[in-house]
Design a protein around this ligand. Sequence first.
Ligand SMILES: C[S@@+](CC[C@H](N)C(=O)[O-])C[C@H]1O[C@@H](n2cnc3c(N)ncnc32)[C@H](O)[C@@H]1O
Length: 351
Amino acid sequence: MTFQEWMKTCLYQPELGYYRRGRPTVGRDGDFLTSPEVHPLFGAAVGHVAIELWRQLDGPATFRVAEVGPGTGSLAESMLRHIRAVAPRLAEAIQYTTVEPDDHAAQALDSRLRVIHRVNRVHSINQLSGCQHLVVANELLDALPVHRLQFIDGAWRELRVNHSTVDGFHDAVGAVSEPSLLEPLGEITPGEGQIVEVAPDRGAITTSLARCVDDRGLLLLFDYGYSRDRLYASWRRDGTLMTFRNHVPGDDPYAHPGEQDLTTHVDIDQAEAAAQASDLAPLPRLSQSEWLHQLGAAVLPGVAESVADTNTYLSARRASETLTDPAGLGRIAVMGFTKGAIKPLPGWMPS
Ligand SMILES: C[S@@+](CC[C@H](N)C(=O)[O-])C[C@H]1O[C@@H](n2cnc3c(N)ncnc32)[C@H](O)[C@@H]1O
């Protein structure tokens, strides 16, 4: 099978795949931390953007938000709590929909969010009804399956997955399964032996998300990634594939099938081109560190209020350092897309 099929099976095979077996994946009980799992500060920051967007639109009576791949619901919870505390009229107007294909995750999500807000749930993006004012996804794209290609003797070949009783599962070099996989590689100068990942699924899902965005709406994606020239730079010899298990990173995609996360970095140019194909224009590219600093995240209510209690204050401060750490979560790419009919939003202009 291609590596794409392997990764898809390991992550999404019903009942067996990493994201389909009903066990914790993100969060302290899982295998890796995402920004919403670090601290409610991240959700408050997204909520702050939602409030400003709603105000710019003159406070519509229904404000539709869709979150795709919501995980445990931490982003939804912290965002909705922040909005309720700061903009109660928006809390009344907000129609929050999660897009979660997995039934195990969806049940846990429903019981967590039920006490906070009436949240709708659909299984797939094409079930979203009506145009959304805000579509948000955190670390969705980097969890989608990729093809792995290797440059050997001056030509691209595809890494497939083979099995033998002696070696178990291992890489096997074969012909490129689909010529279009080479399209993103047209401009790069690869090094001999270099491995890259390409993910047509990411372009397709970004286009689908972009189609759901209202004329005066915002698509907001957070993901580890680089521009194409940096992602496919020849010094990045082995690509960006990583595994996570019990909060320990690794590099063997054949260890613990279905029991470890597999992830690769995103091609930001691909995401932008896909959004542009649905008439959305990219906002300036920012790192999460730049975005949170410009947004003034450290002074958001919730963090500022925690001054009353030293422990809470210190934990919020530590979290804000973690979320903006340029060597960690702070280097996540913040990709915003609009149809250009809205004014600059917090995060994209100095606070
Ligand atoms: C790395 S996790 C991130 C979870 C959460 N957003 C967070 O930040 O904690 C990626 C999530 O994307 C979900 N996902 C993958 N493909 C999806 C799709 N087509 N539609 C909705 N969710 C999807 C996975 O099931 C998984 O829950």
